[in-house]
Design a binder for this molecule. Structure first.
Ligand code: MOS
Length: 742
């Protein structure tokens, strides 16, 4: 285990730290995938299907092929072999849509790529793509939003006799909650720029997981893994939509290989809605049984989520259900319903976010039925261990999240009657909900180099989705070596670097810590060894064991760090340009865990309601998060604030509609798919409890990318109920739901 070498008071850990890559971004110097251009580069534009169910009868590319600048039009008959991937190993080799592009003539969703036009300019490619004509044998698409399981539901967790206990419970809630299809809508579109040199692929890709992408492309393209290099230097976010490669990546690479030219392929917004994943529709029945004093007796969570015709994507809505509350009788079941839609995928807080909308809404409904305060109801049902796995919690401060939040929000002033709170002529609604998200690590490696010019370089083959991975990597090294942040350079986003973690599951930071700290320790070891070998130096004839490193200096253990020799001088004396060390760590997934490891939180929401003009606003949100030690509170607060803003969208705006006639996502643009704008954003007050979780890593840091979104929507709909008396169980809240019925 690495030792903490830096005095805490001097460390950059836990200090608000502006992004080290900020200047590159604000000056436009940061290169995102589609900013890469190469001599002779061609532009590829896919031809999407205009039906959601059927077969391609004929595809006519003759006219399009004669249009200006067109180099090639690929389709089923000439794309050549693109292989299927093998079953994934851990987080390697994952694709959600398993059928390779153009593999057959069967159309299973609207927007499925049927051809790829490659031309000398983007405009030429786009014009020719529009001129490709396709005839189909068309069948009616199934995009129905009422879900029925197509097979027997799968049991995900069970204890006691949930049905029996529910039937006998004195107080019961039995409701069904629905969350709609949502699209990630990262502002940066999915993009790929591919170079092929006859042997090697260099693929610039907008991906959250360069390592996975390398494995997938090695398999799909049928070349050795060492001949595939993935580069992703900056991302305009992904929210899960860029975790695993979609079919355009292999298409772009195959085109580059076949034409022996660099190829750029950037999806348009419509294509992202059609063929790059979405959060699936969920329909969740929750049954709660309780005693009159509010002790949970039974909890059943039976949910159905939609998936595509050819893939079984499971949205794990029951992820948090078995451990979030203490309840002796519990059952979670899951089932899928197939639809003619593109394959769904993970979207920020997959499973837990829609799952907790259902559970936390039901808890609020139970509190109302019992006439118990919703905070008190949760406090009464706080578990002392993970009752699902029967193991202790690693570090759980849910109670403190709720009590701190209640205090900061002023919750004690709440009067529970509907519409009973007014301010400035507005009706106020106050609601709250709890939340949880996994805290895990995945295998990671990193290297640290101390340079004779006094700088330090830390590298890992991970990527920065925009959350601040460059910055926290630099902070770890600055902390561990006692070297100012400005002297540390973080390098990532390239599979030629030691393999780093994916940017997903809120795991990158926690996963990098052990690898980076070990790499730093190993670099120090090399430096101390060199120090003892410099003839005539003050450390000559000492043993490396007699030496230590602190504040950027080599010093004898017997003397303070300040009287040591700066590391760059040691390197110069030792005639060594670089002292480098590698580090790696295994993940925490799999096997039988000793601890139940999660982050927790609570959201308190104030909405304002003006019935006269049917105006609803989320006015104020107080969020308290227990996510272990916070490495960078500034970036951390930004993550939670962004998640709360996204939660407002989930509660009030976001929903993708499918046209029942042709199966097309209808509002597939940023004008009609409504997201929270600045004008909709509430005042947000974020507090981190900052209890280090040393079971996860030496710095005690968990992840913060996703937790902030969980629980926001049910806190808002509970506040809406408190203001209006209308319980919205199907998101998003529509203003017409709230209008008084004549
Ligand atoms: Mo997150 S849905 O794991 O990008």
């Amino acid at each position: 285990m690495p030792t903490t070498l830096q005095e805490p008071s001097k460390s950059v850990l836990g200090r608000d730290t502006v992004r080290v890559d900020g200047p590159l971004k604000v000056t436009g110097t940061a290169k995102y995938t589609s900013d890469f251009n190469f001599p002779g580069m061609l532009y590829a534009v896919p031809v999407p299907s205009s039906i959601a169910n059927g077969t391609v009868r004929s595809l006519d590319a003759r006219a399009a092929g004669k249009m200006p600048g067109v180099r090639e039009i690929f389709h089923h008959d000439n794309i050549g072999k693109i292989y299927r991937t093998a079953p994934p190993q851990g987080f390697e080799g994952i694709v959600d849509e398993k059928r390779p592009p153009l593999e057959d003539q069967q159309v299973t969703y609207y927007g499925q790529y049927l051809a790829l036009v490659v031309a000398d300019t983007f405009e030429h490619a786009k014009a020719a793509a529009a001129a490709v004509t396709v005839e189909y044998d068309v069948k009616a698409p199934n995009v129905a939003s009422e879900l029925e399981a197509h097979e027997k539901p799968k049991s995900e967790s069970s204890r006691g006799d949930s049905d029996g206990a529910f039937n006998k419970a004195p107080v019961q809630i039995d409701e069904t909650y629905v969350t709609p299809v949502e699209h990630h809508n990262a502002i940066e579109l999915h993009a790929v720029v591919v170079q092929w040199d006859g042997t090697n692929f260099t693929i610039y890709e907008s991906t959250q997981a360069i390592g996975n992408s390398q494995t997938v492309m090695h398999q799909m393209l049928g070349v050795p893994i060492e001949n595939v290099r993935i580069i992703s230097k900056f991302l305009g976010s992904g929210f899960g939509g860029k975790l695993w490669p979609w079919t355009h990546v292999a298409l772009g690479a195959q085109a580059a290989r076949k034409l022996n030219k660099p190829v750029k392929l950037v999806l348009d917004r419509k294509m992202v809605f059609q063929a790059a994943g979405h959060r699936p529709l969920t329909q969740q029945r929750v049954r709660l049984g309780a005693s009159p004093d509010g002790k949970l007796i039974s909890l059943s969570h039976d949910y159905i989520t939609h998936t595509s015709m050819l893939d079984e994507y499971e949205e794990n809505c029951g992820e948090a259900t078995p451990f979030i509350y203490s309840v002796p009788n519990l059952k979670v079941t899951a089932a899928l319903a197939k639809r003619n839609v593109g394959t769904p995928t993970s979207m920020r807080g997959p499973g837990a976010v829609p799952g907790l909308f259902a559970i936390e809404s039901a808890m609020d409904e139970l509190a109302i039925k019992l006439k118990i305060d919703p905070v008190d109801l949760r406090l009464k049902n706080e578990p002392v261990k993970d009752e699902g796995l029967d193991i202790p919690f690693s570090s759980r401060h849910m109670v403190e999240c709720m009590t701190t939040g209640a205090q900061k929000f002023g919750w004690s002033k709440r009067t529970p009657e509907v519409g009973s709170m007014q301010r400035d002529g507005l009706t106020l609604g106050w609601g709250m909900a709890a939340c949880s998200w996994i805290a895990e690590r995945i295998p990671a490696s990193a290297a640290v180099e101390l340079h004779e010019n006094g700088t330090v370089r830390v590298v890992s083959g991970t990527q920065d989705i925009g959350t601040g991975t460059y910055t926290v990597m630099a902070q770890f090294v600055s902390h561990q070596l006692g070297i100012p942040l400005e002297k540390v350079e973080a390098v990532l986003g390239d599979t030629s670097l030691p393999k780093g973690p994916l940017s997903g599951g809120s795991m990158a930071t926690a996963s990098l810590i052990p690898a980076v700290l070990e790499a730093a320790d190993n670099a120090i070891e090399k430096l101390l060894d060199v120090a003892t070998k410099v003839p005539g130096s003050k450390f000559a004839n000492m043993k490396p064991d007699d030496l230590a490193f602190g504040a950027g200096r080599v010093h004898a253990k017997s003397e303070p760090a300040e009287s040591g020799v700066p590391f760059d001088q040691v390197l110069k004396q030792g005639n060594l340009k670089v002292a480098s060390g590698k580090g790696s760590s295994k993940g925490t997934f799999g096997g039988s865990p000793k601890f139940s490891s999660h982050s927790y939180g609570a959201h308190f929401v104030e909405v304002t309601w003006q019935p006269e003009i049917a105006r609803l606003r989320v006015n104020r949100v107080v969020t308290v998060i227990d996510a272990g030690r916070i490495i960078n509170p500034l970036a951390g607060r930004n993550q939670i604030e962004g998640a709360v803003v996204m939660g407002v969208g989930m509660a009030l705006f976001e929903q993708t509609y499918y046209d029942p006639r042709n199966g097309a996502p209808m509002n597939s643009n940023l004008a009609d798919y409504i997201v929270t704008t600045h004008a909709d954003a509430p005042q947000i007050d974020v507090t981190f409890l900052d209890y280090p979780d040393f079971n996860l890593n030496a710095l005690g840091a968990r992840g913060i990318g996703e937790i902030g979104l969980a629980g926001v929507a049910p806190a808002i709909t509970s506040a809406v109920y408190h203001a209006t008396g209308v319980r919205v169980r199907k998101l998003p809240v529509m203003i017409e739901n709230l209008l008084p019925r004549a």
